[in-house]
Each structure stands twice: as C-alpha cells, then as structure tokens.
Ligand binder design. Structure first.
Ligand code: COA
Length: 149
C-alpha cells in the first residue's frame, strides 16, 4: 500500500536520492561546500512550499515525490495573482510508474492548495502532458497546464 505525506526524518535519504534524479535540478536540493547535494531544509519546513513523498513500505520506502509552491500565476490567462499554486516537479521511480502513485501525489497537492484557499494549480508539463490531461488539467499555451480548484 502506498501512502502520500510530508517527509519524515527517515524518508530523507530516499527523497534525496529521488530528487537527484530530477534532470533539470530539483527545487529541494542545495549543494554543500564540497559540492554534494543536500536537502533544502528551509523548503521542507516552509508553509509556502509543499513537499510530499509517496511511501511504499513493501518497496523499502520512498517511491515518489512532489514539490510545489505558492506562486502567483505566470500564465497568459486571468487568474488573480497570489491565488495560485505551482506544481514544480513530480517524479515516481521508473519501476513504480503507471500504478497510480503520480495521481495520489497530485491529488494530495491539490488538497494542500485547497486548504490554502488557492483557486487554481498550474504547471509546466512538457514531459508528461497525457498525465496532467488525465488528471483534469487543461493545456494553456505551449506547455503550461492549469486546473481550477
Ligand atoms: C509523470 C509521472 C510522474 C506519472 O506518474 P505515475 O505514477 O506513473 O502516474 P499514474 O500511474 O498516476 O498515471 C495516471 C494516468 O496518467 C497517464 N500517464 C501517466 N504517465 C504518463 C506519461 N508519461 N505520458 C502520458 N500519460 C501518462 C496515464 O493515462 C495513466 O493512467 P493509465 O496508467 O491507467 O493509462 C511519472 O511517469 C514520472 O515520474 N515520470 C518521470 C518524471 C517526469 O516526467 N515528471 C513530470 C515532468 S512534467
């Protein structure tokens, strides 16, 4: 069974490993003075950021993660500034994809955004447009997607 929640202390190695796979560099990583990646504790604790992990105990821990934040819309459409959340990155371990884990992560992020009274979630989703469309996101422009909450 897969659980989605905020990362606990014991999830940190798995989250670090997964975030380092993010091709363009992850929002939750910083480099220490020796050039090694470490988790950005500020983002993990900041109420303006939402960091989630998907945990599958039978698979040894973290199998997916999501990072999003409170961010005024950059979209070419009339969503009032300050009322949107941006889904910045999402990743599921290759061998755990297409089992609904990405869906669980996005739904939990939408719950977070609703609790904060945001009106919409948006994202740049060039790598997996079909995934976002399946979850009810509407394409806006070249590679942005938006969902009104
Ligand atoms: C995109 C990603 C997060 C989806 O996670 P997932 O756990 O595999 O997604 P789900 O199993 O919840 O998929 C739900 C539905 O979305 C669609 N979908 C999932 N991945 C897709 C993809 N890569 N391309 C197109 N449609 C996709 C499918 O319709 C799927 O339903 P189905 O399996 O019944 O056909 C995952 O593939 C991933 O980590 N990819 C690598 C990193 C990445 O591309 N991140 C997104 C950058 S924009």
């Amino acid at each position: 069974m897969v659980t989605v929640r905020q990362p606990l202390q014991g999830d940190r190695p798995g989250l670090l490993d997964l975030a380092q796979r993010w091709p363009a560099g992850s929002y939750v990583l910083l480099q220490d003075e020796d050039g090694f990646y470490v988790l950005d504790d500020n983002k993990l604790d900041d109420p303006n950021w939402c960091v989630l992990v998907a945990i599958d105990d039978s698979a040894g821990g973290v199998v997916g993660y999501l990072v999003g934040q409170n961010r005024a819309s950059l979209l070419p459409m009339p969503i009032p500034a300050g009322q949107t959340a941006e889904l910045e990155e999402i990743g599921v371990l290759t061998e755990h994809q297409r089992k609904g884990i990405g869906t669980l992560l996005v739904r939990k992020f939408e719950e977070w955004a609703r609790r904060k009274c945001f009106t919409a979630v948006y994202l740049g989703g060039g790598a997996a447009p079909g995934f976002y469309e399946k979850l009810g996101y509407r394409r806006v422009g070249y590679c942005y997607f938006v969902k009104t909450l």
